[in-house]
Design a protein around this ligand. Structure first.
Ligand code: SAM
Length: 339
C-alpha cells in the first residue's frame, strides 16, 4: 500500500462528476454568479474509468461520487455501471442533495451503487428556501423516502450553522429514525466557497452534544476500531445513533486518507490545498497507464497536507479564500473540488 509522508495510506477517492449544482447553499455557493469549468475539459466517463483503474491499482478501495450535484451529470448510472464491478473496489457511494434522487435511484442501484448520503440541513420549507435558495425540500424528502425503499439504511449529512439551523438537531434525528437514516452533523467549515464563514457561526461538537443531551439525556460515545472515518458516532438512550464531524474544531488530518478528483481531472490531496495535479493533461497528452501510476504514486508519497489543522492553528480565522481569488481559480471552490 502507498503511504504519504505522514504514513497515511491512499485509500479514499472522492470523484466529482460535475461542478454544477441545482442549489445555492449559503455556506457553499453564496454568490450571485460563478465561473464554471469549460465543458470540453470535463473528463469523459472512459477517462474517469481509466483513472479509477490506476487509483485502484495503487490501493484506493473506496470511491464516493460527488460534485457539485452529481445527479446533474447526464447518465451517471452509466459511470456507476462502468466502475461498480471493478476488482478491488470495496465501497462505492454517492453524496447528493437528493433533489433528483427519486427519479434516478432505481437506475443507480441497478448499476451497482450500494450506499447513499443525502445532504439536508433543515426540514422547514421557509428555512430551506432561505438557506439553499430553491424551494426543493419536498423533493429532497421524496428522495430520502426512495433511498430508504431501495437501500434500507442511508446517511443524512447536515451542516450546522449557529443562528440558522442549530435548533433542529433533534428534529433531524427524529426525522431520520423511521427511515433508518443516521444523521451526521458537520461543523461549518471555512473551505473555499464559504465566503460568509465566521467563527461565530460555527456550532462546535461540544455545543451540539450539550444541546442533544439537554433533549435526550445521557449520550454514549460509540468506540470503534481504529478507523479513518471522520465522524465520531454516538448513541442516544433509545439506541438511535448519530455522528458528528468536527472538521473545524477537531480536524482528522492525522488519519485522512482522502483525495479528490475534480470533474476536469485535477487531483487535490487536501480540501484546503491550493494546488492540484493535472491528470487530464497527462491523460490527454497520451500518458500510459504506468506513467499515470507513477505520477499519482509520486504525488501521494510527497503528500504532507494537514490543511484543517493548519487552519485551526491560525487562531484568528476568517473565510479561507476571498471571493475575488475564487473567481480567478474556481478549483478552489468546494463545489468544484467535490465536498
Ligand atoms: N451536492 C451534493 C450534496 O449536496 O451533498 C454533493 C456536493 S456538496 C459540496 C458535499 C457536502 O459538502 C454537503 O454535505 C455539503 O453540505 C458540504 N459542505 C459544503 N460546504 C460546506 C461548508 N462550508 N462546511 C461544511 N460542509 C460543507
Amino acid at each position: 500500500m502507498l503511504h504519504d509522508t505522514l504514513a497515511r495510506p491512499l485509500r479514499n477517492l472522492r470523484l466529482s462528476v460535475t461542478d454544477r449544482c441545482n442549489l445555492r447553499c449559503l455556506y457553499c455557493m453564496p454568490e450571485a454568479d460563478y465561473v464554471w469549468l469549460p465543458r470540453e475539459d470535463l473528463l469523459h466517463f472512459e477517462e474517469i474509468a481509466t483513472l479509477v483503474d490506476v487509483f485502484l491499482s495503487l490501493g484506493v478501495d473506496k470511491i464516493r461520487l460527488t460534485g457539485g450535484e452529481p445527479l446533474l451529470r447526464r447518465d451517471l448510472a452509466a459511470l456507476v455501471r462502468m466502475i461498480s464491478g471493478k476488482p478491488g473496489l470495496a465501497d462505492l457511494a454517492l453524496t447528493t442533495n437528493g433533489i433528483l434522487l427519486e427519479d434516478q435511484i432505481d437506475g443507480l442501484a441497478a448499476a451497482g451503487l450500494r450506499r447513499i448520503t443525502v445532504s439536508l440541513d433543515t426540514l422547514r420549507r421557509d428555512r430551506f428556501v432561505a438557506l439553499a435558495r430553491f424551494d426543493e425540500v419536498d423533493r429532497v424528502k421524496a428522495g430520502m423516502n426512495a433511498a430508504h425503499r431501495v437501500f434500507g439504511a442511508f446517511k443524512i449529512d447536515t451542516v450546522v450553522i449557529k443562528g440558522v439551523n442549530d435548533d433542529e438537531l433533534s428534529d433531524l434525528i427524529e426525522f431520520g429514525r423511521p427511515l433508518a437514516a443516521e444523521v451526521r452533523f458537520i461543523e461549518y467549515m471555512d473551505v473555499g466557497g464559504a465566503t460568509q464563514w465566521s467563527p461565530a457561526h460555527v456550532m462546535s461538537r461540544q455545543e451540539m452534544l450539550a444541546a442533544l443531551s439537554a433533549r435526550y439525556g445521557r449520550i454514549e460515545p460509540i468506540s470503534e476500531p481504529a478507523s479513518s472515518a471522520p465522524a465520531e458516532r454516538y448513541r442516544l438512550p433509545d439506541g438511535t445513533t448519530f455522528g458528528i464531524i468536527a472538521s473545524t474544531t477537531d480536524p482528522f488530518c492525522r488519519t485522512c486518507d482522502r483525495s479528490r478528483l475534480t470533474a476536469d481531472g485535477m487531483w487535490f490531496l487536501c480540501l484546503y490545498a491550493t494546488d492540484g495535479l493535472d491528470l487530464r493533461k497527462a491523460l490527454r497528452s497520451g500518458a500510459s497507464v504506468d506513467e499515470l501510476k507513477e505520477l499519482i504514486a509520486a504525488g501521494w508519497r510527497g503528500r504532507d497536507d494537514r490543511g484543517a489543522e493548519v487552519r485551526l492553528a491560525l487562531g484568528e480565522r476568517r473565510a479561507f479564500v476571498p471571493i475575488n481569488t475564487l473567481r480567478l481559480n474556481p478549483h478552489l471552490e468546494m463545489h468544484t473540488r467535490g465536498g
